[in-house]
Design a protein around this ligand. Structure first.
Ligand code: ZN
Length: 507
């Protein structure tokens, strides 16, 4: 976030230092009736627990889901403590093809480590974790999310070649504080921003450093939350790390601590994947690229930079999945979370879709493509068999086996050709199911689907888009003055594309 607390403090100060109190009282007395609607609109939004789950309920749902699917899921509670501060962290291992007996079973799989709920006030991210877990647990949920059986079948082949480690709520202690009423709290239970506690460029402070938002802790990796995730990452050695936040719309790649993008074809492929997801799932409104470069200010000691630079995780991302730019500074729940049921469902559907697209794009990245070659060959064979009306598994197995043999038998060029073909197929499949997917999404949008049958919302789309653009522009103008201080001149000659008023990157 773009220093919301500091900005909030400035604004609160301005408010109390504003018009003399008697004058204010007179004004209120004179026109209290017309003021009423305005007063209502500036109320601080409280979490609506008919939409959101409370911390304990959400974690219980996750645990129950894993317990109900023991063949493919395992939920484990990890503990760590430091100087009397202790935490519990729930971590779910999911393998749709069946849990491996030990970590040796992960060698030939694409390994994904996904972190949600790192900041207490960002409720929506943990809700997304729960949705994603349901999709991994349940074929019907996958089919609904995929928008049809055909795409789901293909996804199932990809999923079967993956192992997921999912942290549905990293910061349970900070979340506890938010549920008790500290709606603007993002740090952990003892005041440390764990997304500044990692040992890459740790402790460096920008000119406008604000400890109430970004205190990095007394030492790198001092925080129990970070210790647990570090240990998980070291043992899993993931190919994919996604750190899910809210506060804006973005698909960030490294680096956060400097305004550059990593060199090389792998990094370029990762950026291309995010660009595709921006178009497919973020309606093109996500900032894409290096966190430090895209937003125009730097963050030091972030998890994503550590995963990329120290643990060499080739696909390291920070996703920002929601932000209300028009929310007032002290209205944090509204700023970081959708507040209507409809917006809640739409956000979850969009980002569930983003995760499915991420999976489908893995064959386009050099680090993960080889691990998916057999899965995609099996998917191709199953589709071909289905088209001919044959039984899919019988046709799929030999195709996969012969491909594997070809790859192992030094057929370098044929292997490469296969990889290129699968990469192209992956892109093609992304374009195919859009219509079907939208129909299926409607299942999760009660307000839309109950609107008199059919797609009544489709006609409203352009109007809503215009309204959104106007709202964003207005918010930018209004908030720019408040949040802009200390940011201008941050970059070289004002060349950075950061827009005053955009919330802070990297959570
Ligand atoms: Zn965050």
């Amino acid at each position: 976030m773009a220093r919301p607390p500091a900005a909030r403090e400035r604004r609160a100060g301005a408010r109390t230092r504003g018009a003399p109190r008697p004058l204010l009282v007179l004004l209120l007395l004179a026109c209290c009736t017309p003021l009423r609607p305005r007063a209502a609109s500036t109320e601080i939004q409280q979490p609506d627990y008919s939409i959101y789950l409370r911390r304990q309920d959400l974690l219980q749902r996750v645990a129950d889901l894993a317990a109900a699917n023991p063949r493919t899921m395992r939920a484990e509670s990890r503990q760590a403590s430091d100087a009397g501060y202790s935490i519990d962290m729930l971590i779910v291992t999911a393998e749709t093809a069946g849990l491996s007996k030990d970590s040796g079973g992960h060698t030939d799989k694409v390994r994904l480590l996904l972190d949600f709920g790192e900041h207490g006030r960002e409720y929506i991210t943990s809700e997304l974790a729960l949705r994603l877990l349901r999709v991994l647990a349940n074929g019907t949920a996958l089919e609904a999310a995929a928008g049809g059986a055909r795409r789901a079948a293909r996804l199932r082949h990809i999923l079967d070649a993956c192992v997921f480690k999912i942290i549905p709520m990293e910061n349970t202690r900070g979340r506890e504080l938010v549920e008790r009423g500290q709606l603007c709290e993002r740090k952990n239970g003892r005041g440390v921003d764990t997304n500044r506690n990692w040992d890459v460029d740790w402790g460096k402070k920008e000119k406008d450093y604000d400890p109430s938002e970004e205190y990095p802790g007394r030492a790198p990796h001092s925080e129990p939350e970070v210790k647990i995730i570090l240990s998980e990452a070291q043992s899993l050695q993931p190919h994919v790390w996604v750190n899910v936040h809210s506060g804006m719309y973005a698909l960030f790649t490294p680096f956060d601590h400097k305004a550059t993008v990593p060199d090389g074809p792998d990094a370029a492929a990762a950026v291309r994947m995010m660009e595709r997801i921006n178009g497919l799932s973020c309606k093109g409104k996500c900032a894409v690229g290096s966190g430090g470069k895209s937003v125009g200010y730097l963050a030091h000691g972030t998890a994503t930079d550590y995963m990329y630079t120290k643990l060499r995780v080739p696909l390291s991302f920070t996703w920002e999945i929601y932000g209300d730019m028009a929310a007032s500074f002290d209205d944090c729940f509204r700023m970081f979370n959708p507040v209507t049921k409809q917006a809640f469902e739409e956000t979850l559907n969009d980002w569930l879709s983003a995760f499915l697209h991420l999976l489908e794009l893995l064959p386009t990245h050099p680090a993960t493509a080889p691990l998916l070659r057999n899965a995609l060959a099996a998917a191709d064979a199953a589709e071909a068999a289905a088209a001919k009306g044959e039984a899919a598994p019988a046709a799929a197995a030999p195709a996969a086996a012969s491909l594997a043999a070809g790859a192992a038998g030094g057929g370098g060029s044929s292997g490469q050709q296969q990889q290129q073909r699968h990469s192209r197929n992956a892109e093609a499949h992304l374009d195919a199911p859009a219509g079907g997917a939208q129909q299926q999404w409607a299942r999760f949008r009660p307000h839309e689907s109950s609107g008199g049958g059919g797609r009544s919302s489709s006609g409203a789309g352009p109007v809503l888009l215009v309204m959104a653009v106007v709202a964003l522009a207005t918010a930018g103008l209004l908030l720019g003055r408040r949040w802009g201080e200390g940011r201008r001149g941050d970059g070289a000659g004002g060349a950075r594309p950061w827009t005053p008023g955009l919330p802070r990157a990297q959570g």
